[in-house]
Design a binder for this molecule. Structure first.
Ligand code: GLN
Length: 453
């Protein structure tokens, strides 16, 4: 814990931590020492972790990367972080993220960009760590924690993991409780870990997951022994390669990485089969209707009364307006506008209802693939390696939205997905592959990811 606290101090230039909590960390480490000394060590005793600042932490400021939550100190602990502390883990601090988890590069945080510890060979251009869990990924990659909590609504665990050479898993929707996690799009949001190895991810998810009656969408299922699944191998499994993911303009490098991953699985005893997921190309546009719609509703609660920032106005409506105008950033305002529009009378059927229908079709594509005997699906995690800070999306937000083209289908269908480092590009930057599983079969993903890692 002490070594990590000094490493964090020395790496403040990365802006990965929004808040360091050294006193709490040392106090928790003291408890861990005592437990170990008395032979009562819990499963994660003393392991130093970072927490994405989207998880409410009791008595510790929680911002969601937004000015609107400035000064907010939850009087409760999120279910996921509670489970980690229950098992003996130690909190080092709260990690930077895109504002309300909306973004793919950590450039929408109200508290500044996160800088990736990676550089292109022979260049000092500062690169993004990906997003929205950019602080989590950068901190894990730079050894500023052993692992971190993260969340994924459309790719926010898997894309930053791919950009930083780390492992990240978005479990099945309902595997982790969403209770006490700041909501972005509730039907898509899932918590999961980012860590440096597949095994570390398996161990952390085993603690984070579990039934919780406070989240009605949380599955009432026992948590399997994920760690035991890591070494299981892929002999006898059938891995699907969806032809629709061979998107237009895919680089030769990404294609080669994908082929290499398939070959590794084949060498380890899996059968590789081409499959079709015909509605893939509608996933991104449908997501950018469903997610903003839910966000516009979830973010209505930030009115200057109950949480954080309040900017006075001449009457109560003026106070709402001033608070929201000052508290939300550009990207969040854009999503609220889109969401309100697609939910409004006259447009609801044309946009929101159609997007929901497309979502059902996407889910059905996966169900058919699994029914035909596919055990897991292999795809690239991202269309490219990490890009430079300021390089993408400033003129056209859609350029940034395209980052999630391979990850979003998984959230739309509620499936588990893992991103695992699979090689470096020509400039020496990490690239990741994604494995998508059957509902509640994270075990197969850990086993297959271990073969690629
Ligand atoms: N980049 C996507 C978005 O901005 C996904 C973010 C996420 O998974 N939280 O909506």
């Amino acid at each position: 814990v002490k070594a990590h606290l000094s490493a964090i101090e020395a790496a403040r230039g990365l802006n990965a931590y929004l808040l360091e909590t050294p006193e709490r960390a040392l106090q928790m480490a003291g408890v861990a020492d005592a437990k170990i000394a008395s032979g009562e060590a819990r499963p994660l005793e003393g392991l130093p972790l970072g927490v994405k600042d989207l998880f409410c932490t009791h008595g510790v400021a929680t911002t969601a990367g937004s000015k609107i939550l400035e000064g907010f100190q939850p009087h409760y602990e999120s279910a996921v972080t509670h489970n980690l502390w229950r098992d003996g883990a130690v909190m080092l601090g709260k990690l930077n993220l895109d504002e309300f988890a909306m973004g793919s590069s950590n450039e929408t945080s109200a508290y500044g960009d996160v800088v990736s510890p990676w550089r292109r060979a022979g260049s000092d251009t500062k690169l993004v760590p990906g997003g929205s869990s950019g602080g989590s990924a950068a901190a894990v990659a730079a050894h500023l924690c052993l692992g971190a909590t993260a969340t994924d609504t459309g790719g926010s665990i898997r894309q930053p993991a791919a950009f930083t050479g780390t492992v990240g898993i978005k479990p099945t929707y309902g595997r982790c409780s969403r209770w006490g996690t700041v909501a972005y799009a509730s039907s898509l949001d899932q918590a999961g870990p980012i860590a440096r190895t597949v095994r570390d991810c398996a161990i952390l998810l085993g603690s984070m997951a579990g039934a919780d009656s406070r989240d009605t969408t949380c599955a009432d299922l026992p948590v399997p022994d994920f760690e035991a699944a890591v070494a299981r191998g892929v002999k006898g499994l059938t891995i699907g390669i969806p032809k629709e993911y061979r998107v237009e303009g895919m680089s030769a490098e990404i294609q080669a990485l994908w082929d290499k991953g398939a070959a590794m699985l084949k060498d380890a005893g899996a059968t590789i089969r081409e499959i079709s997921l015909p509605h893939t190309r509608y996933a991104l546009p449908a997501y950018y209707i469903v997610a903003p719609a839910e966000a516009s509703s979830n973010l209505a609660r930030y009115d200057g009364v109950r949480y954080g920032l309040r900017v006075p106005g001449k009457d109560i409506a003026g106070m709402y307006e001033n608070t929201r105008a000052a508290g939300f950033g550009r990207e969040v305002k854009r999503r609220i506008m889109i969401g309100t529009y697609v939910l409004s009378a006259g447009y609801y059927d044309a946009y929101y209802v159609r997007a929901q229908k497309i979502r059902t079709l996407i889910k059905r594509d996966f169900e058919e693939a699994y029914a035909s005997g596919i055990d897991a699906i292999l795809t690239p995690a991202t269309p490219s390696a990490a890009f430079g800070i300021g390089e993408k999306g400033s003129g056209d937000p859609v350029e940034m939205y395209l980052q999630d083209v391979f990850t979003i289908t998984v959230n739309m269908a509620g499936l588990p997905g893992i991103s695992v480092p699979a090689g470096l590009d020509a400039q020496g930057l990490p690239l990741g592959l994604q494995l998508i599983g059957r509902p509640f079969d994270e075990e197969t993903l850990f086993a297959a990811a271990q073969v690629i890692e």
